[in-house]
Design a protein around this ligand. Structure first.
Ligand code: MRU
Length: 352
C-alpha cells in the first residue's frame, strides 16, 4: 500500500494519479495553493483522499500565515479554507474535512499560534490514520456479502489511492480475499478519465486479485450472461434518503444490476453522508473540461473541433437501486441511513 498523500519535512507529497499506471510520481507541495491545484487537477482524487489532502493543505496554509494574534490569524485561515473548498464540488468529504479542521482550530484558539500550526499537522496526519482504520472496518462489514468464487463488478476507483489507504469498495474486495475467498473483478474502464482502466486494475493487479478490464458499455453483456454476482462501488456524497452520487456511469450500472437481480452495494465512510440534504437532487454535480471527452486522456483528439460537449463527472443513483450502504458502523438499507444522524439508529437493530 503506497501513501496517497503524506506530510514530510514541511512539504505535502501528493501521489500524481494522472501519471498512473505508467509512472509512480509524487508532486511536492510547498504551499496550500499547490495542494488545491492538485485536488482540482486530479493528482489525488476519490472522496476520502480529497478530504485528507485538503486537511494537509490547510495545515500547510496555516504555516504560510503571518499573524500576531488569533484574531488576525482566523480570517486569513478562513480565506484559505474557502480557496480549498472551491476545488471540487461533489465529494462531501472535502467539506467535512475542512469543517473538522476549522473546528479543531477554534477548539485550540487559546494556544499560541505556533502550537496551533504544529497541532494542525498532527491532526491532518491523524485523519489519515482514522481513514485507514475506517476503511478496514468497511472492508470487514462488507466482506460478509462476498462469497467464495464471486464475480464482482466495480466502477471508477474506490481503492487504496482514492482514500488514505485500503480503499472502500476495493477495501471490501481486499477484506474478502484476506478472509480466504477467491474473487474475480470486472473493472469498468470509467470514461472519460479512465479511473477503472488506469487505477483500479493497477491496484488489483498489485494485490494479485484477478481482474478483467471491460469498457463501460460491456457491463450489460456480462450481466445478461449471468457472469456477475454482485456490484460494489464507492460514493462521493450520500443524501439522507440514501441516494448516492458517484462517478458518472454508476447509475447505468445500478439500473442494469436491478434488471438482472444482482445486488448493488455502495461502500463509503460516514464522512461521505451529507445529512444536511434530503435527496440526490440537492447534490451539486461537477461539470469538467470538455477536453476530457473530446480527447483520449488529453492527448489524441477523437471528436471534431468545436463539437458541443457535456461532461458531468458524477451521477446520482436513486436509493431504490441500492441493496445496502456499507459503512464503518455496519451495512444499512439506504432508507435507514438518515437514522445514523438522527441518533435513532441502533446499529445492531438496523444492520443487515
Ligand atoms: O473524479 P474522481 O476520480 O474523484 O471520482 C471518484 C469516485 O467517483 C469514487 O468512486 C468515489 O470518490 C469513492 S472513492 C473511495
Amino acid at each position: 500500500m503506497i501513501p496517497t498523500v503524506e506530510w514530510k519535512d514541511g512539504i505535502v507529497r501528493m501521489l500524481d494519479q494522472t501519471k498512473l499506471p505508467l509512472e509512480t510520481v509524487y508532486n511536492e507541495c510547498r504551499d496550500y495553493e499547490t495542494v488545491a491545484k492538485g485536488i482540482k487537477e486530479l493528482w489525488v482524487r476519490g472522496a476520502p483522499a480529497i478530504g485528507v489532502s485538503a486537511a494537509m493543505g490547510l495545515a500547510l496554509g496555516a504555516r504560510q500565515i503571518t499573524a500576531s494574534s488569533f484574531d488576525e490569524f482566523w480570517p486569513k485561515f478562513e480565506e484559505i479554507c474557502a480557496h480549498m473548498a472551491a476545488t471540487r464540488p461533489t465529494a462531501v468529504n472535502l467539506f467535512w474535512a475542512i469543517d473538522r479542521i476549522k473546528k479543531f482550530v477554534q477548539k485550540n484558539k487559546d494556544k499560541d499560534l505556533s502550537a496551533i500550526k504544529d497541532l494542525l499537522v498532527r491532526e491532518s496526519q491523524e485523519m489519515i490514520d482514522d481513514d485507514i482504520a475506517t476503511n478496514r472496518k468497511i472492508g470487514a462489514n462488507g466482506a460478509v456479502f462476498v462469497s467464495d468464487n464471486d464475480n464482482i463488478i466495480t466502477h471508477c476507483n474506490a481503492g487504496s489511492i482514492a482514500t488514505a489507504g485500503y480503499g472502500t469498495a476495493e477495501g471490501v474486495m481486499r477484506a474478502a480475499v484476506e478472509d480466504g475467498k477467491k474473487i474475480h473483478v470486472y473493472v469498468d474502464e470509467t470514461r472519460p478519465v479512465l479511473q477503472g482502466a488506469r487505477l483500479t486494475t493497477w491496484e488489483l493487479m498489485q494485490e494479485n486479485i484477478p481482474c478483467t478490464l471491460i469498457t463501460d458499455n460491456m457491463a450489460g453483456y456480462f450481466l445478461y450472461r449471468d457472469m456477475i454476482d454482485l456490484a460494489i462501488v464507492g460514493a462521493d456524497r450520500i443524501a439522507r434518503n440514501g441516494d448516492v452520487a458517484n462517478k458518472i456511469g454508476t447509475y447505468s450500472l445500478a439500473v442494469l444490476c436491478k434488471e438482472h437481480g444482482i445486488p448493488f452495494y455502495v461502500a463509503a465512510p460516514l464522512s461521505t453522508i451529507d445529512f444536511s440534504i434530503e435527496s440526490g437532487a440537492d447534490i451539486p454535480i461537477e461539470e469538467r473540461d470538455p477536453r476530457e471527452v473530446t480527447h483520449v486522456f488529453g492527448k489524441v483528439q477523437i471528436a471534431p473541433d468545436g463539437v458541443k460537449v457535456a461532461n458531468p463527472a458524477f451521477d446520482v443513483t436513486p436509493a431504490r437501486y441500492i441493496t445496502a450502504i456499507i459503512t464503518e458502523k455496519g451495512a444499512f438499507q439506504p432508507k435507514d441511513i438518515h437514522k445514523l444522524a438522527d441518533g435513532k439508529l441502533d446499529p445492531e437493530r438496523f444492520r443487515l
